[in-house]
Design a protein around this ligand. Sequence first.
Ligand code: PLP
Length: 391
Amino acid sequence: MTEFMQTQAGDAGAFERFDLARVPSPCFVVDEIAIARNLAMLAEVADQSGAHILSALKAFSMFALAPMIRQYLHGTCASGLYEARLAREEYGGEVATFCAGYKESEIDEIIALSDHLIFNSIGQKERFLPRVSAASKPVQVGLRINPEHSEGEIPKYDPCAPCSRLGIPISQLTDKDLEGVDGLHFHTLCEQGFEPLKRTWDAIEARILPYADQLKWLNFGGGHHITRADYDRTALIEFIKDLRTRTGLQIYLEPGEAVALDAGILVGEILDLPTNGMNLAITDISATCHMPDVIEAPYRPAMLNEVSEGHLYRLGGPSCLAGDVIGDYSRAELLKIGERIAFLDQAHYSMVKTNTFNGVALPSIALWNSETDELTMVRKFNYTNFRNRLS
Ligand SMILES: Cc1ncc(COP(=O)(O)O)c(C=O)c1O
């Protein structure tokens, strides 16, 4: 494990008792009971605070669960045309779309699909506002602001880092910019608790409150780890209630990870066990194809049944990339070829990011009910899926 690689927390939960041989390999297995548990927590925050909570499709868009998500949350947030269409066609409820840059050729369709259309710059707002006004149904317009207050430690994940392209720096915002605008949006957090949100709001409140009378809503983006055991949900509820009373504005949150936290695993199989300075294990799970954030973030995914001391292996994928390494793991017993393994907490930001580099097969997708033990194969991919993306 390299120094900069943080091991993801990862809670095996009910997956401790899931028989990995029940699914084809590789395969994402999502526990609908764990998703329902997360959704119930989010719905409680929404009910008690009066906030509207939207599920961020960029993090988790397993639309087989859309009927369940619809029961708990107000809607979804989308990152552009395709997600907005998925949101409208599969999920229903409110659709808030934010994209760093809308295209002329797509804007009318996006407007037709969205309830909130959030612009990243004044230039985009001025260019496309007449199209919103001309639309056959009302669409509320938002502006993404950059609070110029960093809470993130890693610049790659900090939209307030110097020269960030995300959001209008709040110090540049003028009265004229707010003309025709119904709401302000910021997204600056990443896997964080309540305090960073509070500090961010405190840093910008004086700049925003003068506009409260002309606005309808504030959207605090995602990055709130609301369903994590140590998240201070009571403080969040009180904060939102107070803000709604003081400003009269509707408050939106659009968490992604929190919807699917600790709710899915990625099952794989050991293909080979070579050695080179240490024990190696080649698996049919590829970091670069199936869990790209392992390399990009980077992080080390927690593994089911790993031990702190035992037989140490460096696990990696079947692709040609030398860096297609998942991490170093200790096991109580020696690994065997054909043995099943699983990485924890893979429902969010893995399933949505898979690719077929090297022709590596996409993982199947299965839904498991950890209470009834019912298993449903939702999707399997084949050669045609690989071929049709290419030409
Ligand atoms: C605008 C916006 N909203 C919501 C989210 C969801 O964030 P998370 O999955 O960290 O909760 C993101 C993530 O990048 C985002 O960019």
